[in-house]
Ligand binder design. Sequence first.
Ligand code: ADP
Ligand code: MG
Length: 327
Amino acid sequence: MIPPTQAGGPDIAAHPALDIPEDASVDVSSVLQESQIMEVLQKLDQELVGLKSVKTRIHEIAALLLVDKMRRSLGLAARPPSLHMSFTGPPGTGKTTVAMRMATILHRLSYVRKGHLVAVTRDDLVGQYIGHTAPKTKEVLKRAMGGVLFIDEAYYLYRQENERDYGQEAIEILLQVMENQREDLVVILAGYKDRMETFFQSNPGISSRIAHHLDFPDYALDELLAIAQLMLAEYMYRFSPEAQEAFEAYLKRRMHMPRFANARSVRNAIDRVRLRQANRLFAKGGRISKTDLMTIEAEDILASRVFSEEMTDDEPQRDSITQHQPS
Ligand SMILES: Nc1ncnc2c1ncn2[C@@H]1O[C@H](COP(=O)(O)OP(=O)(O)O)[C@@H](O)[C@H]1O
Ligand SMILES: [Mg+2]
């Protein structure tokens, strides 16, 4: 028979910690094996260039959750730690990518049920008319339950100049869920560091519920080059030695031009380089070898607008429209 639980008071008889002797133990390697967490952490370390402090923090969070799992298996039930986070940094520094991996990690460690990522911006949460915001926000929260809700450029939710802005309504609903349903939903707020700090200052309720602040700095030139190599390998291409030099020259210029977006600009640049390579091969005609198909030559890079006299960037036009979209 299950003894009735006294509302309000602790039910000592039902507390499992008291049944398990203190010298009971749990095997760390079997917990690791079972969750297959090491594999995800290794992939994170290998497949993402740089981001040292981000990686360290993720390892720490994984350790915390592993210990939590072991504690639970020995009856040391406690409320799971709060894991809402902020990811700050300029565009293209890996925030969305890391958020997706975080969702997988949280799932493997049984923190969330499903481990998916729902990426949204203000427009997905806030309505245009009175009464539209609450249903919109709740619908998004419902979709995100059991996973990670990633709110890109979260500071747009708060408009100081307009005190009747519907964003405030979305913030209040979010706050409640962040507090009450934190066992099954992790909220990650992302955006530029300075704007995010201002947002936190104006919204202490949100700020106090963020357990981890992770900063994603601009990549250095050598990191951008390493990212380019990773992307080329992923697509099964490679630079000729001259192309390698040309790409370095390209990045040195591109980095200081408008709308430079770190690794995203690298990916865009490689896409356009592939286009030029294809045109070159097509124009050449005749027989084309496997090596030809794989190799990017310097001319495929040097034809970029970035090398022409005026300081014009080399991003596809749609970038100006989509820059507030999660990607
Ligand atoms: N450290 C990294 N190593 C390899 N690729 C990266 C890295 N950071 C970002 N990328 C790639 O760059 C692109 C943009 O990254 P994303 O996560 O969307 O940046 P953000 O969300 O910060 O704007 C993605 O294609 C991603 O795979
Ligand atoms: Mg993003």
